[in-house]
Design a protein around this ligand. Structure first.
Ligand SMILES: Cc1ncc(COP(=O)(O)O)c(C=O)c1O
Length: 449
């Protein structure tokens, strides 16, 4: 067995899972001390390259397979490129059989209407990455397809027995649950979904139709934190595998999400453009963490000159990320020094409870998908903002409504969570942080149902 061209390292304590661990989702020291143990997939950039030859390939997991840990894990165990490609194709056909279509590169382009609505010049503007037509109606399936590929590779290498598969589990009330149910059904795996009491009845029906076991979790008086998440942790402790879109529960969930930005970067380099800013909505933080990591990798691999400034968006209803960002910033004597930033992040990751804790009141907003009590991937996302020059934006309901109406009027079937990045952009334009001639990327992540 050769060394894989990627590895998994805990950002909190530096530990790595055993090489032959079939489920290397958690840091081996997870739960120890007041440390934020989150595994990060690290590419050996001397051994991997960004794909340019096969950009005609329209299935993202096929096109960007050379950047996936599952691919390198498989290759190190003797799996050929042809075998991995066949695995992606088989799973993608199964996803299509469940959801009507599989994964395909999603549209990305300058919106003339939105650019003019927001007062941009002809050279500047808003570039929309439109995920509303993706599997299960959001970007979430990307995270989970990445995890499913890993599970399949572990079986292919003989590290896990396909005849005694462990159940999968997720906590979610919407897009992540739907995506998990589609991808788990495609992989022929049992899934338990923990949902809140006010989960949408139509979504719960669809989850059951897809074969998921749905468990309703009421809030317990006096117990802070998301009750679905508390139940998920119990289920994982009892042996279920985290089929989640949260890096702290499953570090391998991040790389599937990175395919969004890999696609953006491919389009940008083909058209010779650079984005100045990206504005990303944040709930648990996996989406923003994925975007930040992918832009950083693309810069390391020489595909783009530098990462754009990546700003994050939360609602007045709950903004634990903005709170953590503020506290980390207070540690910095020189915010422009990457070394200072790394030291502050390292320190913060080792004193988690001083930076991240559940939002005290029950959060409410029209953008229901980004109401997480905690930003689980906060260290990576605070780091991504500090290193790229991004800011944490907190928006009120009026801007969320306005952004959603603008998005729909511009021809996108997007829901209020999916357009909340645009609400952040409205705020940043109003404050003059983003100029009329700047080029800005916004992700429309969820479809209006
Ligand atoms: C449509 C949509 N966009 C964005 C997000 C935020 O993603 P994350 O929780 O990874 O921050 C969610 C989360 O549920 C979502 O449903």
């Amino acid at each position: 067995m050769t060394e894989a061209a990627s590895s998994l390292v805990c950002a909190g304590c530096g530990a790595s899972p055993e090489r032959d661990d079939p489920y290397p989702f958690h840091c081996p020291n997870a739960g120890a001390g007041d440390v934020d143990h989150v595994l990060v997939r690290v590419l050996d950039t001397t051994r991997v390259s960004f794909p340019t030859a096969d950009v005609s390939e329209t299935e993202p997991f096929a096109r960007y397979r050379g950047l996936l840990h599952s691919y390198h894990r498989g290759a190190a165990g003797g799996m050929s490129d042809t075998e991995f490609l066949a695995l992606v194709e088989r799973l993608d056909r199964a996803v299509a059989a469940v959801d009507g279509h599989g994964f395909a590169v999603t549209p990305f382009g300058r919106s003339k209407t939105l650019s003019s609505d927001l007062g941009f010049t002809d050279t500047g503007g808003v570039w929309i990455k439109d995920e509303t037509g993706n599997v299960a109606g959001s970007h979430k399936g990307r995270h989970l397809m990445g995890v499913l590929l890993h599970l399949e590779v572990a079986e292919n290498l003989g590290l896990a027995d396909p005849k005694s598969r462990r159940d999968l589990a997720i906590a979610s009330c919407g897009n992540a649950a739907l995506a998990a149910a589609v991808v788990a059904a495609a992989g022929d795996r049992r899934l338990r979904v923990f949902v809140p009491v006010d989960a949408d009845a139509g979504i719960v029906r669809r989850l059951s139709d897809l074969g998921a076991d749905v468990v309703v979790c009421p809030r317990q008086p006096g117990v802070p934190g998301d009750p679905t998440y508390i139940r998920l942790r119990e289920e994982i402790a009892a042996g279920a595998l985290p089929f989640t879109c949260q890096g702290n529960e499953n570090g391998l969930a991040i790389e599937g999400g990175e395919t969004i930005v890999y696609e953006i970067v491919s389009d940008l380099s083909a058209s010779g453009l650079d984005l100045d800013h990206v504005v990303v909505q944040v709930g648990g933080g996996a989406l923003a963490s994925s975007c930040m990591q992918a832009f950083a990798e693309a810069a390391d691999l020489g595909v783009i000159a530098r990462s754009p400034r990546i700003h994050t968006v939360q609602t007045l209803g709950a903004h634990p990320l903005e709170r953590a960002h503020h506290r980390v910033q207070e540690l910095l004597s020189d915010p422009t020094s990457p070394q200072d930033v790394d030291e502050a992040l390292h320190d913060a990751a080792r004193h988690r409870s001083a930076y991240m804790w559940p939002w005290e009141s029950e959060p409410k907003s029209i953008a229901t998908g980004i109401l997480d009590d905690e930003t689980y991937d906060w260290v990576a996302v605070v780091g991504g903002m500090l290193k790229s020059g991004g800011l944490p934006v907190v928006v009120g309901e009026e801007l969320l409504v306005e952004a959603n109406e603008m998005g729909k009027a511009a021809g996108f079937g997007v829901d209020p969570t999916g357009s909340s990045g645009l609400a952040g952009l409205l705020d940043l334009r109003e404050r003059g942080v983003i100029a009329a001639e700047d080029k800005v990327g916004v992700l429309f992540t969820g479809a209006q149902r």
